[in-house]
Write a protein that binds this ligand. Sequence first.
Ligand code: AOF
Ligand code: ZN
Length: 360
Amino acid sequence: MASDADFMRRAIELAEKHRGRTSPNPIVGCVIVDKSGALIAEGAHKGPGEPHAEIVALQRLGGRAPGATMYTTLEPCMHHGRTPPCAPAVIAAGIARCVVGSEDPIPGHAGGMKALRRAKVKVARALIDECDASNRGWLMWARHRRPAFTLKAAITLDGKIATVAGQSQWITGKPAREDVHRLRSEHDAIMVGVGTVLADDPRLTARRPGARNPVRIIIDSTLRTPSRAKALAKGTRRIIATTDAAPPQRERTLARTGAEIWRFPVRTGGVPLDHLARALAEQGITSVFVEGGGQIHASMLRFALADELVLYVAPMMVGGPSPSWVGGEGVRALDDAHRFRFIETVQIGSDLRIRAVRGE
Ligand code: AOF
Ligand code: ZN
């Protein structure tokens, strides 16, 4: 007999197929199981304006599923948004039991579980942590009105991103680099500092078959980005986040590339990343993949915006005073260290991928 967890795992799998394409909506999956324990319908949410996962699954059954159990990775909603509310449709279909993963944190959208109980639908929970993890970006955006940030770096065993002569291509092997392209396509935006643009001239695209390209963001407090930078090539939206200290002439030149120039008040330490995070959230950006360099990573830590780390570690060492992946002033006391908790280590080709989230 398959368990609640098994069916919820299938619902998460259905949701995952649409990762990177639903913002500013969550990814959501749903399965319906009849009284004999047979899976009779599946559904997933494809993006804004598209029907919610619960509705997709119910539609497969003509909107009727008397006595059945529904598994949904997110609490059925109670609001008229781009589409009608789900909880009343679940009740009307005759669902007897609804197993929910994440709670909906948006006031006005939530309340689905309560409405179901009131209508005598049994409500249970399963795989809450897994469902929450599947929508880390969206939950951060919904609760705190900022995107979730993932800091990425490809490093040597001694934590470096280049040799003393500045050589950095390539530290990690091809499989690890392909994995980066997958992660790029799963985030709403990619962000780098102008130092990285000047040093590597990255394209910041997700070069994978069928991949969707994220918004590109360059942090550049004085607008040193060359207008011919590859990261400014036409395609998806390009944002240069700068400060009032940047020369207006540079702004005019860069605006001609079609990039948006976002000016923020000058503060010590360059672009105020907390303001930027709020502004990005207002544009419906729920997840940002930060690819360095060391100054940006250091600032992300300082602004307490480093939610997750993805480090690709190559089995090599370069030694010497070459830069490590986090720059800045550094802390003096271990008590002031930024702490994380490992959530994964896997080998990809000959490299390791280490993932960690902010520790308590
Ligand atoms: C989704 N997909 O499968 C479920 C969602 O205005 P809308 O119609 O696009 O609704 C988006 C909100 O609906 C979303 O923020 C969340 O609170 C709720 N549930 N959303 O996009 C789904 N079940
Ligand atoms: Zn809904």
